[in-house]
Structures are given as C-alpha cells and as structure tokens.
Design a protein around this ligand. Structure first.
Ligand code: AMP
Ligand code: ZN
Length: 492
C-alpha cells in the first residue's frame, strides 16, 4: 500500500545500542514477541505505558503493510516475588491472602488487564499464550538445555549454568553487564544455595510441600522458572529466531538476558534480531511500581478518584499524554502534564473537525503537502518518534486554521489527501479516538435542561408533562433518579 520510501524504518536495537534499518527475516511478515503482565494485581498506568508503546509499533508495522504476528504472553505461574528465584510465587501468594484458587487470581486480573487495555484502544495481540498452558513445551525446553550441557539438576530443580554458557557466548551482552563484575559484586552464599554459582538461574524448581502451583516433570513435582515460558512460547509461535522482542526497560536484566541464554543454548542463534525496550513511567520522579505503592491505576484517572488529579481524564487523553513522549524516554505523570495534554488533544481534534468545513480553492498556498507527509513518515520511521509526528500533525492543524481565516487556500484534491493522511495517523497509527468530548457535554447540558423543565412542571403540579419527560427519557435508555437534593440520571 505504501511507497517503498515510507518503509525505510529504523529501530533502536538495545542489543547493539544503535538505530538499525529494519529488515524482517521473511520479507513482508514480521514476528514480534512482547512480555506480558504477571496477572496477580491490577495493571497500573506504568504497565499500560509499555503495552501502549508496543501497540504503536504493532499499528505502525501494520500500517506499512507488514503482516504482523504479535505474541504477548500472560505470566500466570513461575514469577517469584524476587527476580533472583527466591520467595513465593506472586500468584500463589495472592491466592493465599485472598483465600481463593490461584486460577481465580489469574482470571480476575487477566480480565482487568484486557478491559483496561481496551479502554486505551490497544489492539489485541495475534496470540496471547499463558505459561500454565505451555508446561509441556517448557519441560521439553529444559530437557533440550540439559542435553546441550548448559544446565544441571540438583534435588529436583534444574538450573542454567551461566559460567558454562559464558565460555562459548557472552552472558550480559544485552544489559551491558560483565559476568566478572557480577561475580565480584555477589556476596558469598556460603553453601546456602543449591546453585553452583549465584548467577545461575532456575529453569525448573522443585515444589516445596506448601507450593500449590505444581506440575509433574522428569525431575519430580515442580514449576517452571520465570524466564523459561517466554523462550518456550516465542519459539513455539515465532520460531527459534524472529524479528522483534520487546518489553519494559526493567526486563532487560535478568529476564531478557536469561531468555537470550536459553535460546542460544539450544539453537546456537540469538532468539530475536531487534530487542526493543520501552522506558518507564514515573510518578513524583520515581518509577511506578506495584511493589512500592508508587503508582496510579487507570480507573483512578478515568473516575477522578485519586489524590493526584484535580479531575478525571479520559483514556484517549491519557494515551495522547503518553504518545507526546518518545517510548525510550522516561515520562513523569502529573496533573499539570495531563491538563496540557488534554488541551493539546482537544486542539488536534478541533483541527480535524475544521477540515470537514473548509472551502476549497483553485490552488493550495503556503503548504507543501508532499513534504509534510514525508516528514510525518520520517518521524515514525525514526524509531517510532510519536512526539515529532504529533508536532507535524499540529502543523497541519495550524494550516487548516489559516485556510479557515482566509489567509491560505487549499484545493479539493489536497484537502482530501490531507484528511486521509491525518485520519491514518491520528486514528490508525496513534490509535486515538474521538471520545465523548465536546458532543457529550452538549448532550449533558441538554439533559440538565430537560431535568429542570421536569422539576418546574412538578412544582406546577403539571404531572402530565413531568411524567412524559421521565417516560420518554426512559424509553431512550436514560433513567432519572430523584434524590433529596437533586435529580440525577443513569444510562440503562
Ligand atoms: P509485570 O506485570 O510486572 O511483569 O510488568 C508488565 C510490563 O510492565 C513489563 O514489560 C514491565 O517492564 C512494564 N512496567 C512495569 N513498571 C513500569 C513503569 N513504571 N513504566 C513502564 N513500564 C513498566
Ligand atoms: Zn518474558
């Protein structure tokens, strides 16, 4: 669909530290794996930022005409409290506290995750596999790593031998950490651990009697290590080597480093060609995180029920706020930043509406449409630079205002082309939605007027009129509720 020039996409590869030309393995097809959530809690806005960042990448690749298989997993077992293979399973712990089945925890928070991402208008992935649904594949992978000589078994657990791996490859190449430094900086565990070296990581863990999430394996009853599921599922659905692997910046180490080691151990090739990492959303300058409580939930923003915001903000404004920063930059969340984004978003939407009303002329003056379009693509082709794209979209809005003022003019043909390009970028690529916005305020005002007219009628004892208003609104799906102070309405 798009000319080839629009396809000169550059992606920043965390593995090389460089922006590289994107060349997929299979011409027009792209395989992308993104680490999904651990479903033991409601997703906070920080998590959402990472998934929105990859939604943009998914949308833009599709826009360029690629056939994308986007795999994003659900971690529903194996992620322990501590990333270094220690502590309780996060889901099992929540199940114990809430006195429910682990799978009830998984169900509850998977539903929350889907609902929340849908509010942000993110597209569903092509495949969303779960760790518990791929235990067989994970056990098979452990066997292969053992056969290749990169793992060892101790007392029903299997560990990846990092030092052995480092003899033929480099452990730490993604995160830039050196194994010698890691060894040097690790305190002696003086034989407390069954690992040969503290840097080794669990592929399979023996389940202690109190561990309820357990499966039979050749090494006894146990459960998979956290890093294993992503290698097993990415291999199953995308192959041993695929195009893009993504996740939040905090997953680089140890999670992605371990995935690379597992993949290379069995297939002698790096699992993904482009490693893409989205940067963190912060609150009060600190990373939003479930564990520290320094976070805000999306529903708290949409309802306004929180201590940070003066009032509610819609999902699409929140999405716009995120897209005004590049995905590799840290972004701080605040009331002021949201107010500014709301203003910007409404200006963009007004600009789009204005285009529908413009008069056309014999020639276009003061705007090079082809050049502008190129700039929009250049921005996205430069490692998905949404803030630059948005700045370009505002240039078009400014031009539309000049045409409206009579200071500039546009031909019918150019106007159509401008509208099409703007719609493509705003709705398809950035995934913004028109939202309730202005229209809804008008409707709400009209409804308030009807409520006042009904109350006046009741005061006059004109019940025929007051009942008519109530019944007709009810037929239209709007239910009035008379409280002691005021009349409110709900939608059926
Ligand atoms: P988790 O459920 O903790 O595994 O996290 C799911 C995703 O959210 C991972 O890709 C994390 O890297 C990402 N993430 C966690 N905290 C933040 C944050 N504050 N900002 C952006 N992404 C985050
Ligand atoms: Zn993963």
């Amino acid at each position: 669909m798009s000319p080839i020039a629009e396809r000169q996409l550059y992606i920043y590869n965390s593995l090389s530290g460089l922006k590289e030309i994107f060349n997929p393995i299979n011409n027009n097809k792209v395989g992308m794996y993104v680490c999904g959530p651990t479903v033991y809690n409601n997703v906070h806005l920080g998590n959402c930022r990472t998934f929105i960042s990859f939604d943009i990448i998914f949308r833009y690749l599709k826009h360029l005409g690629y056939k994308v298989r986007y795999v994003r997993n659900i971690t529903d077992a194996g992620h322990l409290e501590n990333d270094a293979d220690e502590g309780e399973d996060r889901i099992a712990k929540k199940a114990r506290i809430e006195e429910i089945e682990p799978m009830e925890v998984v169900q509850k928070y998977t539903v929350d995750f889907h609902k929340t991402l849908a509010k942000f208008n993110t597209l569903p992935p092509s495949i969303e596999p779960t760790a518990t649904g791929h235990i067989v594949e994970q056990i098979e992978l452990v066997k292969q790593i053992l056969d290749a000589g990169f793992a060892y078994e101790v007392e029903g657990s299997v560990y990846f031998d990092v030092l052995k791996f480092n003899e033929s490859s480099t452990y730490g190449k993604l995160s830039g950490r050196k194994l010698e430094d890691m060894i040097h900086n690790t305190r002696e565990t003086s034989g407390q651990s069954e690992k040969r070296n503290p840097q080794d990581f669990a592929l399979w863990k023996k389940a202690q009697p109190e561990h309820i999430m357990r499966w039979p394996s050749p090494w006894g009853n146990g459960f998979p290590g956290w890093h294993l599921e992503c290698t097993a599922m990415s291999t199953k659905y995308l192959g041993k080597q695929f195009d893009i692997h993504g996740g939040g910046m905090d997953l680089k180490f140890p999670h992605h480093e371990c995935e690379i080691a597992q993949g290379e151990a069995v297939s002698n090739c790096s699992p993904a060609n482009y490693w893409v990492h989205a940067n963190m959303l912060t609150l009060n300058g600190k990373k939003m995180a479930k564990s520290t409580g320094n976070n805000i939930l999306p529903d708290e923003i949409f309802s306004g029920e929180n201590e940070i915001m003066e009032r509610p903000f819609s999902p699409t404004v929140t999405r716009f706020f995120m897209l005004q920063a590049h995905y590799r930059s840290v972004l701080d969340f605040s009331n002021d930043a949201m107010l500014a984004s709301e203003k910007g978003f409404s200006k963009l939407m007004q600009g789009l509406s204005l285009l529908d009303t413009l008069d056309t002329a014999k020639e276009t003056t003061g705007f090079d449409l082809a050049e502008w379009r190129k700039k929009c693509y250049n921005a996205m082709n430069d490692d998905f630079n949404t803030p630059i794209l948005i700045a370009n979209l505002f240039d078009a809005v400014k031009f539309a205002q000049y045409v409206n003022d009579g200071r500039k003019s546009i031909t019918k043909e150019d106007l159509n082309a401008l509208q099409t390009t703007l719609h493509n970028f705003v709705y398809d690529v950035l995934g913004l939605t028109k939202e309730e916005q202005e229209g809804d305020h008008y409707l709400e005002d009209a409804l308030q007027l009807l409520i006042e007219l009904r109350n006046d009628a009741r005061k006059r004892k004109d019940f025929a009129t007051s009942d008519k208003i109530r019944d007709e609104l009810s037929k239209a799906g709007i239910v009035l509720q008379d409280g002691p102070q005021e009349t409110t309405f709900t939608l059926k």
